[in-house]
Design a protein around this ligand. Structure first.
Ligand SMILES: [Fe+2]
Length: 387
């Protein structure tokens, strides 16, 4: 049996040219905005200039914070929040991939609440924020699903802890999801971000709290990713394939909101907390199949269903179908060079235990919803096999 709650207050504006709706939507939120973005790509592509001129046309003045790196840190968030306070910013625009958008969400909290963002992380200060500035999300990658969820991922550079926070106050007020903005995504990012979305969906599907609402979106998004990632990888300018991957990612974000991910995301946060240069989507592909094998007896019926519905496997026996599914997933990942070993990615054997511990403690919420009652030792075993 199942029970669930679905609260999705974000206005999603989806489709080619969705960005053009920015002036109209921004005007509703105030007259002064902070744009949060990375150091390079939105400048190089001219997108930042386009956004600035759209806002100017609506009479909105702007402050740009452009120091966000992949795996953004609490230091960056706190610095930007100080500027937002000084400048009297009324809303925050996250422009770019998951990192700038998640940072915008954290800045929205830190601007209205005292003591820095770490205060509002469970394993940090453990406080609940009272409110947050309104957020507009403009994604330029089809991974993370952050445009449709109340989550943000942030790293404390001192403790190397990479954690997720989730508050209703940081659902974006509006997300402008424009597949045209994904056309410049390089090949490796195309694969990493699509697989991040794939793992949001499959992990939600395997979650103890899975339900028909999120199952529907999870299966649909996995199908779209399996058939369109090869096309967008081959030709990045294929707008039809980009549109499918972009929607698949938003769907995956909704499944994550309704049901949530499982231990593969906890394990990956452990990895990229210690090794920030390992892309999130790549880390998920490295450990995912090992997790599925580790908890096989608890999930084989669900895996068999994914095998039949997503990978087109014809096999009546559930255990056999589930094994075939894991192999098909590995073959698929292999086409994009995603079946690496952790050792080949520069991970040192001595850190595996620390990573298992941090994953378990910082991300216990998603360990708990993973079938198989996982302990720290299980996470370590999975990491060792992936090593
Ligand atoms: Fe993710």
């Amino acid at each position: 049996m199942y029970s669930f709650k679905a609260f999705l207050p974000t206005k999603l504006i989806f489709g080619v040219k969705a960005l053009q709706k920015l002036p109209k939507e921004a005007k509703k939120l105030g007259t002064k905005a902070m744009i949060v973005t990375g150091r390079h790509s939105t400048k190089k592509s001219g997108l930042l200039d386009r956004v600035l001129s759209l806002l100017k046309s609506a009479g909105i003045s702007t402050v740009v914070y452009d120091k966000i790196t992949p795996n953004p840190t609490t230091t960056q968030v706190d610095e930007a929040a100080e500027i937002a306070k000084e400048e009297g910013v009324q809303f925050v625009i996250g422009l770019g991939g998951g990192s700038p958008i998640d940072s915008a969400k954290c800045i929205a909290i830190a601007s209205l609440n005292e003591g820095g963002i770490w205060n509002y992380v469970k394993v940090g200060g453990g406080k609940k924020p009272k409110s947050a500035l309104p957020i507009i999300a403009i994604p330029t990658t089809h991974g993370t699903g952050t445009e449709a969820d109340p989550f943000a991922v942030i790293t404390n550079p001192e403790t190397k802890t990479k954690v997720g926070i989730g508050y209703n106050a940081i659902f974006p007020a509006v997300s402008l999801i424009d597949p045209e903005l994904m056309l410049t995504l390089p090949k490796n990012q195309t694969a990493y971000t699509s697989m991040d979305a794939f793992y949001h969906s499959i992990e939600a599907f395997l979650n103890k709290n899975a339900n028909p609402y999120s199952d529907l979106l999870a299966i649909d998004s996995m199908k779209r990713i399996i058939s369109n990632l090869p096309l967008a990888y081959k030709d990045g300018l294929d707008i039809k394939a980009r549109t499918e991957l972009t929607w698949a990612n938003t769907e995956a974000g909704i499944t994550e909101t309704i049901t949530g991910v499982i231990a593969n995301h906890a394990i990956e946060h452990g990895i990229s907390g210690y090794y920030p240069n390992i892309a999130h989507g790549l880390g998920l592909c490295v450990t995912g199949p090992y997790l599925f094998e580790h908890i096989f007896n608890q999930i084989f019926e669900r895996l068999a269903q994914v095998g039949r519905e997503v990978f087109g496997i014809y096999e009546n026996n559930d255990k056999r179908a589930a094994r075939m599914m894991i192999e098909k997933l590995r073959d698929f990942q292999d086409r994009f060079g995603l079946n690496k070993k952790l050792s080949a990615l520069g991970v040192e054997k001595e850190t595996l235990k620390k990573m298992a511990n941090t994953s378990y403690e910082a991300m216990y919420g998603v360990i708990e919803t993973t079938p198989g009652d996982l302990k720290k030792e299980d996470l370590l075993e999975i990491l060792e096999r992936a090593f």
